[in-house]
Design a protein around this ligand. Structure first.
Ligand code: ZN
Length: 196
């Protein structure tokens, strides 16, 4: 009986340690007032200064997790020492894994789903659309799931996949939440090999 309880507490600790540091990115931009400038998920988003700003915000929420993760780490330590050891150990494993994962992206691992480079590229594309050399006279670049496309002439301007942008997701609540947890904000399509 106590073994089952132990496993249960371990799993509970693991879940909390997994979700807590992702809280900023999961929650902070999903309220309605935060998204008035954007069409509803999953529609394409026109390039705009607000979109560039959103990328930078998502990037900030992403790195904010490094501060939030201290909470389950400390709580885990306290639990192992004075509370329920299985629960604390679950917290520790999950948040320690998170920490390792984030730190390795500082040392040349997988890049975060939102980067400064991405924001910069959007800005450049947006500027190009307003200059004489644009794809067409009424260029209106929009970010679809598989890249940036001009809504007017349909030319593909960039192959940059669209990560989660912090909009409230169109799926029903638990499903949208689990998708986010699984994808961690990364784009959820794998491109079939496309000619450049
Ligand atoms: Zn065009």
């Amino acid at each position: 009986m106590s073994l089952i309880a132990g496993v249960g507490f371990f799993a509970l600790g693991g879940c909390i340690g997994h979700i807590l540091p992702r809280f900023p990115f999961l929650m902070m931009s999903r309220t309605k007032g935060f998204n008035t400038h954007f069409p509803r998920h999953p529609e394409a988003i026109p390039l705009s200064p607000q979109l560039t700003q959103r990328i930078l915000h998502m990037r900030m929420f992403y790195w904010m997790g490094l501060i939030v993760v201290l909470l389950p780490l400390i709580l885990g330590l306290v639990s192992v020492r004075w509370g329920d050891a299985a629960f604390g150990f679950g917290l520790w494993i999950a948040s320690g894994w998170y920490l390792l994962n984030r730190l390795q992206s500082l040392f040349g691992g997988q890049t975060p789903p939102w980067t400064k480079k991405m924001a910069l590229e959007l800005q450049v594309l947006s500027n190009q659309a307003e200059q004489p050399g644009a794809c067409c006279n009424w260029a209106s670049p929009s970010w679809q799931i598989k890249g940036v496309v001009c809504m007017n002439c349909n030319s593909k301007l960039s192959n940059m996949l669209r990560p989660d942008l912090g909009r409230k997701r169109s799926e029903r609540r638990p499903i949208g939440f689990f998708r986010l947890l699984l994808s961690d904000g990364y784009p959820m399509v794998s491109l079939p090999d496309e000619e450049e």
